[in-house]
Design a protein around this ligand. Structure first.
Ligand SMILES: Cc1cc2nc3c(=O)[nH]c(=O)nc-3n(C[C@H](O)[C@H](O)[C@H](O)COP(=O)(O)OP(=O)(O)OC[C@H]3O[C@@H](n4cnc5c(N)ncnc54)[C@H](O)[C@@H]3O)c2cc1C
Length: 477
């Protein structure tokens, strides 16, 4: 091993939290290097959140134009130019990358493009993308290597060269029939977008409902809305065999509750879970332990089992959202400065960007039952929200869970336009520990979607004399 170059801080993988930490530590004078094999800035700006929301917006425009007559606008035939959809996305990604490079330059953190592998504790060998290797040693090391799409072990699937979200966001053609394996948020967002672009779309989900972590009324409503747009669903369905090649012709033999069927399609998208990028990077040389699923074992301060090594974001088993990876960064940053922050009991919202979106913060009804918390539940259709009546976005509902014997808000779920924004209002009230009545009685701008929180929370049932005190108010889904 050649003599390692020394750094104060080494970050492996330039994901959401890792790059922020690198820029922060470099700005404070630490000699910092970030090793990234492909995506400058990690998944979010290149192949995940940002590009998917960009193309989903194009699909929404197509949908609105198709439905324009409903709004009194003149309607003509709509055709989709997927190459233009992709170019719009590529332009945004390029601007994002340029912004990232600017931040590296301004902060002084060195970005090293290549694949990193540990060869000794806190020592990385980097196979440089431009050729050659460098060996780097860090006083402190941060792992932010993320995850990649799992390809289920179904005979013929690997050979069919299925799309993952990465390739699906790079298509310059419209699949005639896209078959999506997986009814989680990645699969559903893409399913609706491609349906709106004009593909026939079938979603195959092995579980009995979409969005396994959501309450059945929530996943049922999402399914109803997407079905009304023509997305087809096969639930409780196992894929047994795949024939053909994605992008040409594929056929899938599936087992449904009513027997075996063959589904013929043109393209397959796998959106059936994630695998951490921790395999083959020499962690066995470092004392960093993994759990049974390959995620880095961390404590609530995101410290690994090896001294002076932390893990951030998805590879650390943190909930799989950019804002959580960012919060991981904030926890480590503050603790390095002497703080005592932890990942325990943090309240984070999330949003699935279907149209209408689904957003949640805090407990679902199923979570409340699991935690032994008794909750009062208020539910209201979006059709009762005045703003929704103006825009015609009346699908979905809002649901709030409130403590049975105190007035704390335990959870809020919304399927409805602007759900991702409204959830922030409820989250703020929860963080402040406000009783639900404070939010109910707040003067909210009219007509906004958030204004619907008033009638929703007016529906909270009165406390019952026999209510049980909820065990916990803080609450991860
Ligand atoms: C299609 C899709 C849509 C999504 N939409 C949303 C959304 O709307 N909102 C949201 O909050 N979240 C969304 N997510 C999740 C979100 O993208 C991630 O949670 C987020 O990017 C945080 O990831 P991270 O920080 O753990 O690592 P990542 O951003 O994945 O970064 C890890 C980096 O490490 C690099 N790397 C890995 N191994 C090595 C190695 N050995 N050497 C060098 N580099 C290496 C990788 O190339 C990668 O760039 C979406 C995910 C997908 C797949």
């Amino acid at each position: 091993m050649s003599h390692p170059e020394r750094f104060d801080t080494l970050v492996l993988g330039s994901g959401a939290g890792g790059k922020l930490l690198a820029w922060h530590l470099a700005r404070s004078g630490r000699r910092t290097a970030v090793v990234e094999r492909r995506w400058i800035g990690g998944s979010c700006p290149n192949i995940a959140c940002m590009p998917s929301k960009n193309e989903i917006w194009s699909a929404k425009v197509a949908h609105l134009v198709r439905d324009a007559a409903q709004f009194g606008a003149i309607r003509g035939p709509v055709s989709i130019d997927m190459a233009a959809v992709r170019q719009r996305k590529r332009d945004m990604v390029e601007a994002q990358i340029a912004g990232h490079l600017q931040n590296y330059k301004a902060s002084g953190a060195e970005l090293i493009m290549g694949a990193g592998r540990f060869v000794a504790p806190r020592t990385l060998e980097v196979r440089l993308n431009d050729g050659g290797t460098r060996v780097l040693a860090g006083d402190q090391v941060f792992l932010n290597v993320g995850t990649h799409a799992a390809v289920p072990s179904v005979p013929g699937l690997q050979e069919a060269r299925p799309l993952t979200h990465i390739e699906a966001l790079e298509l310059d053609y419209l699949p005639t029939h896209l078959i999506v394996l997986g009814g989680g948020y990645v699969g559903l967002e893409m399913a609706q977008a491609y349906r709106r672009f004009g593909s026939r779309v079938t979603v195959i989900e092995h579980g009995p409902q979409l969005m396994a972590r959501e309450d059945p009324d929530v996943s049922g409503e999402v399914q109803r809305i997407l079905t009304s747009e023509g997305v087809q669903f096969l639930l409780t369905t196992q894929t047994l065999r795949v024939h053909g090649r994605s992008g040409e012709d594929v056929s899938l033999v599936v087992r449904t509750p009513s027997g075996e069927q063959t589904i013929e399609g043109s393209d397959i998208l796998v959106a059936a879970g994630r695998i951490p990028n921790t395999d083959g990077i020499g962690l066995e040389e470092t004392g960093v332990e993994l759990d049974g699923r390959g995620y880095v074992r961390v404590n609530e301060r995101l410290e690994t089992s090896a001294p002076e090594v932390w893990a951030i974001g998805e590879c650390a088993g943190s909930p799989q959202f950019t804002h959580v990876s960012v919060d991981d960064f904030r926890i480590i940053r503050d603790n390095l400065a002497g703080g005592t922050r932890s990942t325990r009991d943090r309240l984070f919202p999330y949003c699935m960007f279907t149209d209408p979106p689904l957003a949640r913060v805090g407990l679902s009804e199923a979570d409340a039952r699991r935690q032994g918390a008794t909750a009062r539940v208020a539910r209201m259709p979006m059709s009762a929200v005045l703003r929704a009546q103006t825009t015609g976005e009346t699908q979905g509902f809002m649901k709030a869970l409130v403590g049975a014997s105190d007035d704390r808000i335990l959870g809020f779920t919304m399927i409805g336009a602007e759900a991702g924004e409204v959830v922030g209002t409820v989250q703020t009230a929860m963080l402040a520990g406000l009783p639900y009545s404070r939010l109910r009685d707040a003067v909210l701008a009219h007509p906004t979607m958030a204004e619907g929180l008033d009638p929703l929370l007016s529906n909270v049932p009165a406390r019952s004399a026999q209510s049980v005190t909820p065990k916990s108010a803080l609450l991860t889904p």
